[in-house]
Design a protein around this ligand. Sequence first.
Ligand code: CU
Length: 284
Amino acid sequence: MVRIPAGTFVMGSADPQAFTDDGEGPVRAIELSAYRVDETAVTNRAFATFVKDTGYVTDAERFGWSYVFYGLVSDRTAVRDGRVPGAPWWLAVSGADWRAPDGPGSSIGDRPQHPVVHVSWHDAAAYAEWAGKRLPTEAEWERAARGGLEQARYPWGDELTPRGADRCNIWHGEFPRRPAGPVGTVPVKSFRPNGFGLYNTSGNVWEWCADFFSPDWHATDRPETRRDPTGPAGGEQRAMRGGSYLCHVSYCNRYRVAARTGNTPDSTTGHTGFRCAANVEESA
Ligand SMILES: [Cu+2]
C-alpha cells in the first residue's frame, strides 16, 4: 500500500467538461488525516484467495446473473431479458460472475492480474474487512488519484494522451459499436502510475468507495464536509470513481479525476471493481 500523509488537497472540479449534476463541484479545500491506499485495484488472484479462505459467495453468484457489455458476451444463450434504460449495451447474463466475467464459458484463468469485476459494494466491503482494510472514502480516493497534482484533469495532467501516448484503458473509436482497439479489462499495473505510485485510477474499472452517493451533500461548507468527510449518513447508492474501459469522450468522459457516479450496493457489472484503503496510526 501507499502511505498518503495528512494534509489538505483541492477536491472537485469546475472544469467546463465536468458534469455539474453529478456534484463534481464545488471546488473546495479538504483536510485529510494520513491513510494508506492500495496501489492497484484488487486483482482476480487476490479475490480468489479471499474466497478460498472464507467461502464467501458474491451477490452476482447469489442472484445468478450480472451485467456484461454486449461486445464481450461469448454465450448469447445465457442472456436474460432486461436491458438498462438508456444503456442498451448492458446485457443481463445468467452465470456471469467474478469467475466468469464475460458469462458462461469465460474464465479468469488467463487474467490473474486483471481487476476483479462483478463485485457489488457488499462484496468489496467484505473483502476489505477480510484483508484488515476498508474501502476509501471518496475524498481519500480523489486525493490519492490526483497523485499530488492540483486541479489537473487527469491523474497525470491535463492532456488525455500526452505526446500521443495512452495513459489509461478507456474506449477508443465509436461507442458502443466500433471499438478501435481491444475492449475489456487490462492488468492492474498497465500504464504508468501517478505521482503517488497508484495505477489505473482512471479507466479500466470503476472503483467502489465507502460513501453513500449524493450530488449535493458536500455543497455546503461545514466541518463534516471539509475535514475527513465520509459522505451523507444514508442513501440508496454508494459512490464509485474512476470510470472504466467503456468510458468515451463522446458520451461519458468520467475518467476525469473529479468525475463521480453511484450505484446501488448490490449492483454488479463487468466494469466495476475496487481498491482498499486503511488507517495509519497517529504515532507512526
Ligand atoms: Cu463512463
